[in-house]
Design a protein around this ligand. Structure first.
Ligand SMILES: [Zn+2]
Length: 283
């Protein structure tokens, strides 16, 4: 809100011309796609339905199951003998706050779910969008719908407290607003409940299905963070070991020893892209 008020009476709109494409640095370059490149990639994979997953986190198995559940929803009545539905993990890469996961870990950890086989090559893809989160909850959820429709996605998953901050919005406010405007959206929202690990079910399950409310173990951000801080490999039912190793490698390689954003990271991180070759004078 503060940022938007600071625009004062300046707000630009209209046709956009890309003067000079930025040159992305690794590991980002591997995951950068324009909207047209997204659509070409979906066509190449033979996907008729693509469900978008919005993220700024490294994935624990709760996220993994959220994506799996949304895959089933997006697959709907498509035949399953030839896979025609994909999950697009579209990471939000932009302004960072201290304590956020570092961007490199978000991208590489999600891609590790595919590399390590938790998702097949032909149903899963990781890309990113450059965007500074506004934490505008339900309204940002609608923006995300427009954004992913522009990438060629047919479905968009929405979990609990989408783009929320603290307890400012109701847990499922975004779902209610999306439901009201769904005829105007160019993408179909898929509403997903909270997933947790249940020791009685001995699996990751969902608040709508598991009745062991006393035994459930929620994937709270704080719990996952403390697991990562300790550096002790958690059970693979909560955090995939390959994903955990990737997060730790990213901490070493990109995070100055931490998988979370620090002052040092903010000051000295590898830039996402360079505009050094840009000659504005010529444009
Ligand atoms: Zn259970």
């Amino acid at each position: 809100v503060k940022r938007t008020y600071e625009y004062k009476d300046k707000f630009l709109g209209g046709k956009i011309t890309l003067v000079n494409e930025p040159k992305f640095n690794e590991p980002y370059a591997t995951y950068w796609k324009t909207p047209k490149q997204h659509m070409d990639a979906f066509r190449e994979k033979g996907w008729e339905a693509v469900v978008a997953h919005q993220t700024r986190n490294v994935p624990h198995t709760g996220h993994e199951w959220l994506m799996k559940g949304a895959w089933f929803a997006a697959n709907e009545d498509l035949m399953v003998d030839k896979l025609r539905t994909g999950v697009l993990v579209n990471c939000i890469i932009g302004e960072k706050r201290k304590g956020d996961y570092i961007d490199e870990a978000i991208l590489l950890a999600h891609d590790m779910l595919r590399k390590a086989g938790y998702f097949r090559d032909d149903v899963h893809m990781v890309t990113f969008t450059l965007w500074d989160m506004r934490y505008a909850g339900p309204r940002e959820a609608i923006f995300h719908a427009a954004l992913r429709a522009n990438l060629g996605c047919t479905h968009h998953m929405y979990g609990r407290d989408h783009a929320g901050v603290g307890d400012y919005y109701g847990t499922y406010d975004a779902h209610y607003l999306l439901k009201q405007v769904k005829d105007k959206l160019k993408i179909k929202p898929v509403f997903v409940l909270e997933w947790w690990y249940c020791p009685v079910c001995a699996e990751v399950t969902c608040s709508a299905l598991c009745g062991h409310s006393k035994e459930k173990q929620k994937f709270s951000g704080t719990l996952i963070r403390s697991i990562i801080m300790d550096g002790v490999k958690p059970t693979r039912l909560i955090f995939r070991p390959e994903v955990f190793d990737t997060v730790m490698e990213c901490a070493d390689k990109y995070g100055f020893g931490s998988p979370f954003v620090t002052d040092k990271y903010l000051a000295d991180r590898n830039p996402i892209f360079n505009l050094e070759h840009m000659d504005v004078g010529k444009a």
